[in-house]
Design a protein around this ligand. Structure first.
Ligand code: BES
Ligand code: ZN
Length: 885
C-alpha cells in the first residue's frame, strides 16, 4: 500500500513555510467555546498538490487558498483530518508552483475540561463572591494546534498579527504577546470588542499567548531599557505581585546586561493564572504563572516559597533570550531551552538576593536529585530522539532541566565565567530569531575555550546517559584517578558498547587539599584514558575532589582518606566550603546506598553535623536521613536508627531554634527550619510536642497564626496525630482560604492524617474541582501516597480509577506520567513488583508515562536488593555507635 505523505511522516514537510499569521480568536466565556479565523501567508518552495498543517479538536471550515500576488484562487478538492499525526491536510485540484500564498481558514473549538491549549479558567471574586470567567492559553510543546490550525513545530518561526475578542463591559481586558494598538467596539457583534495587537517579531507557535480576563494590575515600572513591565492578577491578588514586579524589572535589566542583547519587545507582562498546568510559561512578552509560583504575601509566604517564586520568575525571563530569541530546531534539543534557563535562573536570583547563597542551594535544588535519577540503568541522555507528542511532553524532565543546568554549570567552571558569557552572547546574536542545535552552542563556546574541544568534552555528558564515579587512590604523595559508571545499584550490569563513549566521560577534575585549602588544583581524565595521576604537596593530610561540586560525578576515596575527611570535618569543617560539605554528605550516602562503600563511613561523616551552620549541608543530611527512614520504618532496625538520629539532634535542640526572628541571617533562619523539620520528621519527642502544642493552640484557641516559616511543619506535624474533628476544621479552613500558598500548605497538611477513611474521603472530595483545582489533583495524590497509611489507598485508587485519570488528564499528561514512580517509590517486595507488572500488562498504553513506568520498575528492584543487602549492615553500624556513645 502506498502511504500518503501525511501518513508516512509525523513531521511537517519543510517546503511549505509559514511567514505570517493573521489571527482572530473569539472566546465565548459563558458557553465555553471559541471561534476563529486565520489567514496564513505561506512560502511554498516546491510544487505541491497538498498542504499539511497541525490541528487538534478543531472544526475547520471554508478553507481558501490564493496566490498572494495574483490573487488567483486554487480549488481545494479534499480536507483530511489525519488524527494520528494531528494533521489537517488540504488536497488541491492541481499542483501549485513555488511562490507565496495565503491560506484562510475558519474554525471552532471548546474551552472546557482542559488546562492546555486555549481554555477557560475561573475564580471567585473576593468582593461579591461571584464566579468570574477568563480565557487563557498554554501551548508548549504541541497545543497551539488545539487553538488554531498552524505549523506547530518550533522551527517554523513566523510573525503574528493577533486580534482577540473580549466582552466590552465588566472591566474585561485582552492580552497577548505584543502591545495593544487598537480596539473596535461592538465588533464582531454588539457587547463585544475586538482588541488589536501589534505585529510580533518572528517566533515559534508554542510561544503565542491569548488571554481575556478582568484582572487587576499594578502601576507598570519601566526597565532600564525603557519598556514597561506590568503585573496582573485576579482581584484581591494584584498587591501580592509587588515582589514579582520588583524582581522582574531587576532581573530583566540584569539579563540585558548579561547577554549584552536588548529585550526586543515593546512590553513585558507577568500574569498569575488561577488554573495553570505547569509552574510557569515563558510566552514572549506575556509570561504566565501558576499563582503559587508568583504571588508573595509576606503574611503567608515562607522563605522557601519566596525562593521558588524567585527561581520561577528568573527562569522564565531567561527564556526571553534562551528559547524565545533563539529556539531549538526540534524538541530533541529541548534541554538547550530548559537546561539553560535553569542554569541562568540562579544567576538572576543571585543578582537579586545575594544573601540567599543560591549558588550553594543549587546543589540541593537541582543537582543532587538528578544525580539520583540519572544513576538508573534506564535513564536517558540529555539529547534524545523524540517525535510523538506524548514523548515530547515527557522530556520536560529532570534530565533536560537539572542535568542540563548542571553540565552547563560545569562547562562555565571549565572555561571561566567571562569566556562563557561571551560565547553565549555571540551564540544568541548569531541565531537571533532563528533556530539552533546543541552543536551550534558548542561551536561558539569553543571560540572562547582556550583550546578545549568543547564539542567532544560536552558530547560525553550530553550524548550518553549517566555519569562517572571517580575513584581516587593515594600512594604516598601520589594520587591516581580512574573512572567507572556510577549506578544506584552497583551490582547491576550493563553493556558498555551501547554508548558511543563506552560510559566513560571527559572529566575536568578539581581538588583542594589540607596544604592548599583555597587553591583549586585541576587536571583532566579523558574518556579514552585509563587513569591520570597527580602529586600532592608533602605533608598533605586530607584532600577533597570536585571543588564546590562543579563536576557532574561522584568521588570514591579509599577508607583511610575518608577517615581523614571525617577528622577534618570534626575538627575544622570550614576548611572546605559549604558546597563541598554538602557534596561530601551526598556522595558518601549515595556511595553507601549503592554498595560502593560501607554505611559505617556515611554514619561517621554525619557526626560533624551539630557544628554545621549552613543550611545546605543540613538539607542534604535531612534528605538522606528521611530516605533511610522511609526504608527502615517497616523494619525492626528503625528503632536503632531513630536512636542514632536523636543522638545527633538532641544536643542542638534548644529554645533559640524556635525563635526564628527577622534579625537572623537568611542562612541561619533556613538552618533553624531544616533542623526543626528534621526533628519532627524523626519524631524527636521535644520537637513533636512543641509543634503539636502550637498546632492545637492555633486551631482550637484561635490564637494568631504562627510565623509562615514554620507553618508547614506545624500543620503537618499537628495533623499527623489528629482526629476527625481537627481534620474537618482544617478542611473548612482550606476551603475558605484565599491565599494560594497558604491554601497549598493546608492542603498538604490534610494528607498527613493517619485515618485511612479520612484519606479516602479526601480523594473523593478532591475529585470535585470546586474543592481542588485540576492543576493540583495529581500532586495531592502524590502527597497522600507519601503517607504510609495513604500509600496503599492511592495505589488502589490509581489502579481502580486508571480510566478516570486518563479521561480527566489524558495519556499525554506528564504529571500523570510521573505519578506512578511517586506512588511506588518505597515498594520493596516481590508482591508489589508483581502488582505493578500486572497493572502495566493490563494497561499497555503508557503515553507520557512510559519513562515513569521504567523508572518505577527499576526502583522497586533496587529497593528489594537494598533491603536484602543493607539491613544487617546498618544494624551492625548502629550497634557500634550505641556502644561508643
Ligand atoms: N517552558 C516551561 C513550561 C513547560 C513545562 C512547558 C512543561 C511544557 C511542559 C517553563 O519555562 C518551565 O520550565 N516551567 C517550570 C517552572 C520552572 C521554574 C522550572 C515548570 O512549569 O515546572
Ligand atoms: Zn523553562
Amino acid at each position: 500500500m502506498v502511504l500518503n505523505m501525511w501518513e508516512e511522516d509525523s513531521r511537517l514537510p519543510t517546503d511549505v513555510i509559514p511567514e505570517h499569521y493573521d489571527l482572530l480568536l473569539n472566546p465565548d466565556l459563558k458557553n465555553g467555546t471559541f471561534s476563529g479565523r486565520v489567514e496564513i501567508t505561506i512560502n511554498v518552495t516546491s510544487a505541491k498538490n497538498f498542504i499539511i498543517l497541525h490541528a487538534v479538536d478543531l472544526k475547520i471550515e471554508r478553507p481558501y487558498l490564493k496566490n498572494s500576488s495574483s490573487s488567483e484562487e486554487y480549488k481545494i478538492i479534499d480536507e483530511i483530518l489525519y488524527s494520528k499525526n494531528e494533521f489537517y491536510v488540504i488536497v488541491l485540484e492541481k499542483s501549485i508552483p513555488p511562490g507565496t500564498y495565503n491560506l484562510e481558514l475558519w474554525f471552532y473549538g471548546s474551552l472546557l475540561n482542559k488546562i492546555i491549549g486555549f481554555y477557560r479558567s475561573s475564580y471567585k471574586d473576593v468582593v461579591n463572591g461571584e464566579i468570574r470567567l477568563i480565557a487563557t492559553s498554554k501551548f508548549e510543546p504541541t497545543y497551539a494546534r488545539q487553538a488554531f490550525p498552524c505549523f506547530d513545530e518550533p522551527c517554523f518561526k513566523a510573525e503574528f498579527t493577533i486580534q482577540l475578542v473580549k466582552p466590552s463591559g465588566n472591566n474585561y481586558i485582552a492580552l497577548s504577546n505584543m502591545n495593544q494598538v487598537g480596539e473596535v467596539v461592538d465588533q464582531p457583534q454588539p457587547g463585544l470588542t475586538i482588541v488589536q495587537f501589534a505585529k510580533s517579531v518572528p517566533m515559534s507557535t508554542y510561544l503565542a499567548c491569548f488571554i481575556v480576563c478582568d484582572f487587576d494590575k499594578l502601576e507598570p515600572v519601566k526597565s532600564k531599557q525603557g519598556f514597561p513591565v506590568t503585573v496582573y492578577a485576579r482581584s484581591g491578588q494584584a498587591n501580592n505581585m509587588q515582589y514579582t514586579l520588583d524582581l522582574g524589572v531587576k532581573t530583566i535589566d540584569y539579563y540585558i546586561d548579561y547577554f549584552a542583547i536588548d529585550y526586543p519587545l515593546p512590553k513585558l507582562d507577568l500574569i498569575a493564572i488561577p488554573d495553570f498546568v505547569s509552574g510557569a510559561m515563558e510566552h514572549w512578552g506575556l509570561v504566565t504563572f501558576r499563582e503559587t509560583s508568583v504571588l508573595v504575601n509576606e503574611a503567608v509566604t515562607s522563605s522557601v516559597n519566596k525562593k521558588y517564586v524567585s527561581y520561577t520568575v528568573a527562569h522564565e525571563l531567561a527564556h526571553m533570550w534562551f528559547g524565545n530569541l533563539v529556539t531549538m530546531k526540534w524538541w530533541n534539543d529541548l534541554w538547550l531551552n530548559e537546561g539553560f534557563a535553569t542554569f541562568i535562573e540562579y544567576k538572576g536570583v543571585e543578582n537579586y538576593q545575594p544573601e540567599w547563597d543560591v549558588n550553594v542551594q543549587q546543589l540541593t535544588d537541582d543537582i543532587h536529585d538528578v544525580l539520583n535519577l540519572d544513576a538508573a540503568v534506564g535513564s536517558h541522555p540529555i539529547v534524545q530522539t523524540v517525535s510523538h507528542p506524548d514523548h515530547i511532553t515527557e522530556i520536560f524532565d529532570a534530565i533536560s532541566y537539572s542535568k542540563g543546568a548542571t553540565v552547563i554549570r560545569m562547562l562555565e567552571n571549565m572555561i571561566g565565567p567571562e569566556a562563557f558569557r561571551h560565547g553565549v552572547s555571540s551564540y544568541l546574536k548569531q541565531f537571533a530569531y532563528k533556530n539552533a542545535e546543541t552543536e551550534d552552542l558548542w561551536k561558539q563556546l569553543e571560540v572562547e575555550a582556550n583550546g578545549i574541544n568543547i564539542s567532544q568534552v560536552m558530547g560525553t555528558w550530553t550524548r550518553q546517559m549517566g555519569y562517572p564515579l571517580v575513584n581516587v587512590v593515594r600512594s604516598g604523595d601520589n594520587l591516581t584517578f580512574t573512572q567507572q559508571r556510577f549506578l544506584s545499584d552497583s551490582s547491576v550490569t550493563f553493556k558498555e558498547d551501547e554508548s558511543i563513549f563506552g560510559y566513560k566521560w571527559d572529566i575536568h577534575l578539581t581538588y583542594v587539599t589540607s596544604t592548599s585549602e583555597s587553591k583549586v588544583n585541576d587536571c583532566w581524565l579523558y574518556h579514552d584514558q585509563p587513569s591520570v595521576s597527580v602529586n600532592l604537596a608533602p605533608g598533605t593530610t586530607w584532600f577533597k575532589v570536585n571543588h564546590h561540586q562543579f563536576g557532574y560525578f561522584r568521588v570514591r576515596y579509599a577508607p583511610d582518606d575518608w577517615q581523614k575527611i571525617v577528622n577534618m570535618l570534626l575538627t575544622n569543617h570550614e576548611s572546605v566550603s559549604a558546597a563541598d560539605r554538602a557534596n561530601l554528605l551526598d556522595d558518601v550516602f549515595n556511595l553507601a546506598s549503592s554498595g560502593y562503600i560501607s554505611y559505617k563511613l556515611a554514619l561517621d561523616v554525619i557526626q560533624y553535623l551539630p557544628k554545621e551552620h549552613h543550611f545546605v549541608p543540613w538539607i542534604v543530611a535531612s534528605v538522606k536521613l528521611k530516605t533511610l527512614k522511609r526504608f527502615l520504618i517497616s523494619t525492626p532496625v528503625y528503632m536503632k536508627f531513630r536512636k542514632f538520629v536523636h543522638k545527633i539532634l538532641e544536643p542542638i535542640m534548644s529554645d533559640s531554634l524556635w525563635d526564628i526572628s527577622a534579625s537572623d541571617s537568611y542562612i541561619e533562619r533556613r538552618r533553624k527550619i531544616v533542623v526543626l523539620e528534621l526533628g519532627c520528621a524523626m519524631h524527636l519527642p521535644s520537637c513533636v510536642a512543641r509543634a503539636k502544642h502550637m498546632f492545637n493552640d492555633w486551631l482550637l484557641n484561635n490564637s494568631v497564626k504562627r510565623d509562615p516559616e514554620i507553618r508547614n511543619m506545624i500543620y503537618t506535624t499537628g495533623l499527623a496525630d489528629s482526629d476527625e474533628s481537627k481534620w474537618e476544621r482544617v478542611w473548612q479552613l482550606y476551603l475558605s482560604e484565599e491565599e494560594p500558598q497558604e491554601k497549598a500548605k493546608l492542603r498538604n497538611a490534610l494528607t498527613k492524617i493517619k485515618e485511612p477513611w479520612l484519606l479516602k474521603r479526601l480523594i473523593e472530595l478532591a475529585k470535585d474541582e470546586n474543592n481542588v483545582r485540576s492543576q493540583d489533583f495529581i500532586q495531592l495524590l502524590a502527597t497522600i501516597s507519601e503517607n504510609p497509611v495513604g500509600n496503599p489507598i492511592v495505589w488502589d485508587f490509581y489502579r481502580d480509577q486508571w480510566s478516570y485519570l486518563v479521561k480527566r488528564f489524558t495519556l499525554n499528561s506528564r504529571l500523570l506520567g510521573r505519578l506512578l514512580p511517586c506512588i511506588t517509590a518505597d515498594f520493596g517486595s516481590q508482591i508489589k513488583l508483581t502488582e505493578l507488572k500486572s497493572f502495566v500488562a493490563a494497561n499497555p498504553e503508557a503515553g507520557a508515562g512510559a519513562a515513569g513506568r521504567c523508572i518505577a520498575l527499576e526502583l522497586i528492584e533496587n529497593n528489594i536488593r537494598w533491603l536484602a543487602s543493607h539491613l544487617l549492615e546498618l544494624e551492625t553500624a548502629f550497634n557500634e555507635y550505641e556502644m561508643n556513645l
